[in-house]
Design a protein around this ligand. Sequence first.
Ligand code: KPL
Length: 291
Amino acid sequence: MLGAGAMGCLFATALHRSDCATTLLLRASDGRETVQVVVERHGRSTTIELPAASVAARGPISHLLVTTKAYDAHHAIATIAHRLRHDSKVLLMMNGMGLADELRADFPQLHIYSGTTTEGAYRLAPLHVRHAGQGHTRIGQPGTTTPPAWFHQWSRAVAACQWDGNIEEALWLKLAINCAINPLTAVYACRNGELASRPELAARVDQLCDEIALISSAAGQPRVATGLRRSVAQVIAATADNRSSMLQDVQDGRRTEVDYITGYLLNTARDFGIPAPHNAALLESIQKIDR
Ligand code: KPL
């Protein structure tokens, strides 16, 4: 697997513990054949020894899980492309949309799957994560209703993990929620809950939601559009104390994933000729503070 952030560590250790041979591919493995990953859960800390290898290692990869940042994934996959076979399965688990289509165009031989999760996990230090709350994980491939054989390993390893025959809808809903929450929290340097408790920010969330709903509908996702304000309000309430991933990226001096979140939304809006001035202004503000 590629990507040793919070979600990567969480899923890699879950798969490893359910006897699925999992190797963490590291940019600089320094010759290490294993790494120790620490997972904190309910106040208890567990150390799991995971097989590791350099991205430059050889040998075919039949199944690849990618949990890097969206903007790193294409390059990371290209680096190990020589190890992927004509029927390798690649599962993308990251914020944003657009990457799967880019990869299908550039690596047509690969079987690309997408996933989205509400697992709560954050990184305390390199290879050290806290699993803060159990969520729901959905995995799918556009047009594929029956889960492939490899998915059974996932359903055994990861609690509340389901095959989603309509994964586009789940990805669009996550995109819509991220568009409404992440850039605003990054611009105002506020926790998610302030988007509901500060009236001026709550009004901006509503403006964003109205544009996002129109764009989602045009893109063939009317169920995402219906009740979007309510869905966003629920996520804000459930994650009120969180710093969104985009706020964390800005505060930690990392590039944000805005191009794959609001950027993807605005490209879709352009395709359908839908004006989206509130989202466009926010994209511009983030691009000014982005690395
Ligand atoms: O997915 C999130 C993120 O921060 O990226 C939300 C749902 C907004 C929670 O913080």
